[in-house]
Design a protein around this ligand. Structure first.
Ligand code: ACO
Length: 435
């Protein structure tokens, strides 16, 4: 990383400060403002991190203007076409693609650790039947810390790696059991002869009374969706994992915090919100323009869910790939009329929005969540599981980012400052003298 400088001049005092200008491998140059407070006594103000890089990272690169997404330097479309989710996990964790033997060992290691401690099973039954599976997931993932004390030295690289493998291996079991509990169905144990996604489908849908063979088309489509969601640099949930982990909190607690952040409809919860919106549109019988007009109305809180992105000011490359799978799946599978109608509505809505001046001016394009919900519906996955699957996929990203932060050896607790706008220096008034 080459270093130039940027000079800041304080107009009030004429004092100058030279700040390092860091040059990334790709992307905008970045001013290191660490010395600003010491030199000038000023903080910087950037709510929502509009111009602030919170860390250095060598994991995922994205260029929002050009619609580029790369994991460890490999373009997402190549990985989507040629790779598998577990190979992508290996890539993210280890920094490069595995050779044949490395991949076999990795897959076998993950496959053989998908079981949960039997005592953990009882956690699920502590929840109300109507609990959202994301609520269960936040709790159960946080509780994993109570089961793996022996490998929780966060300064030990081997322990960190074991934790990463454990989380990737156990997340589908936790996800599927969150669903099974809410449905009142018996928990299904993982089967080691199945692939990662087949196993998830098996734990979601099989019944002890019947033979169940996971549909290979669904397993393949799901694998692709997991690849597309595996990491996305410093999004809200990943930044949450890093911030929680910066206090040296254990990795399970940090990932549970990430799951909680992902749940919001402005982030991973959007895929569920998109389907609800498309259903409302279909039920209303109103023209699409009416919904686009509502999204533009600043006095209305309604937004087009699945549209817009903080970084992508072009088509989200994941949305392009998901849109393609969506079509294939709806053609290949026996999808219902309702699913096809939702896809038609989504495509028509996309067209209306992309031709609308408001959306054009603000570079609002469909994001990854716009089509993923329809695929999940076509797969028979219930709506409240959409974000859970996103969390399952993103776990590798969260834990890899946490591991990168810990392994740098220069970790400081994340502690933002503030621009205080409240009252000061008030005199305490005894309660009997207050108005
Ligand atoms: N519908 C209507 N208007 C929108 C939308 C939308 N979906 N998204 C952004 N805008 C408008 C804003 O009102 C704002 O308009 P203004 O300049 O007139 O004030 C402008 O576009 C910029 O939007 P911001 O909210 O400032 O952009 P920000 O980067 O803060 O938010 C976000 C990004 C949260 C994704 C936003 O676009 C949104 O709420 N989208 C809908 C929810 C969604 O799909 N979330 C999933 C994101 S992808 C993911 O997390 C996996």
């Amino acid at each position: 990383m080459s270093t130039d400088t940027v000079t800041i001049i304080d107009d009030a005092t004429g004092k100058k400060v030279q700040l390092p200008l860091l040059t990334p491998t790709s992307g905008p140059k970045t001013i290191d403002i660490g010395a600003l407070y010491k030199e000038l006594g000023y903080f910087t103000y950037d709510p929502g991190f509009m111009s602030t890089a919170s860390c250095t990272s060598a994991i995922t690169f994205l260029d929002g203007q050009k619609g580029i997404l790369q994991y460890r330097g490999y373009p997402i479309d190549q990985l989507a076409e040629h790779s598998s989710y577990l190979e992508v996990c290996y890539l993210l964790i280890n920094g490069d693609l595995p050779n044949k033997q490395e991949l076999e060992e990795f897959v076998s290691g993950i496959t053989n650790h998908t079981m949960l401690h039997e005592a953990l099973k009882r956690f699920f039954s502590g929840f109300r039947r109507d609990a959202h599976p994301m609520a269960i997931m936040v709790g159960v993932v946080g509780a994993l810390a109570a089961f793996y004390h022996e490998h929780m030295d966060i300064h030990n690289p081997e322990h960190r790696l074991i934790t990463a493998h454990r989380l990737i291996a156990k997340m589908p079991t936790i996800a599927a059991w969150s669903y099974r509990y809410a449905m009142g169905k018996p928990f299904v144990y993982p089967v080691n002869s199945l692939s990662y996604t087949e196993n998830f489908l098996h734990m979601m849908y099989s019944m002890p009374t019947e033979e169940y063979t996971p549909n290979p088309l669904l397993a393949k489509a799901l694998d692709l969706i997991l690849i597309l969601h595996a990491d996305h640099e410093q999004n809200a949930s990943t930044a949450t994992v890093r911030l929680a982990g910066s206090s040296d909190a254990n990795p399970f607690a940090a990932v549970a915090a990430g799951i909680a952040a992902l749940w919001g409809p402005a982030h991973g919860g959007a895929n569920e919100a998109v389907i609800r919106m498309l259903m409302d549109i279909n039920e209303s019988g109103k023209p699409l323009q009416a919904f686009v007009d509502r999204a533009k109305d600043k006095n209305d809180s309604f937004r087009l869910m699945g549209f817009g992105h903080r970084v992508y000011k072009n088509y989200d490359p994941r949305a392009t790939l998901i849109r393609k799978i969506c079509h294939q799946l709806l053609n290949d599978m026996e999808s219902t009329g309702e699913q096809k109608k939702l896809l038609e509505t989504a495509m028509a809505l996309e067209k209306v929005a992309l031709e609308d001046e408001y959306f054009v001016q603000r570079n609002l394009y469909p994001n990854v969540d716009f089509y993923s919900g329809i695929i999940f519906l076509a797969m028979g996955i219930p709506m409240n599981m959409f974000t859970v699957i996103f969390a399952m996929a993103r776990t590798v990203g969260w834990i890899t980012q946490w591991n990168e932060m810990q392994s740098e050896g220069k970790l400081r607790i994340g502690r933002p400052r503030q621009l205080y706008v409240g009252l000061i220096d008030l005199e305490y008034v005894p309660i009997n003298k207050r108005k």
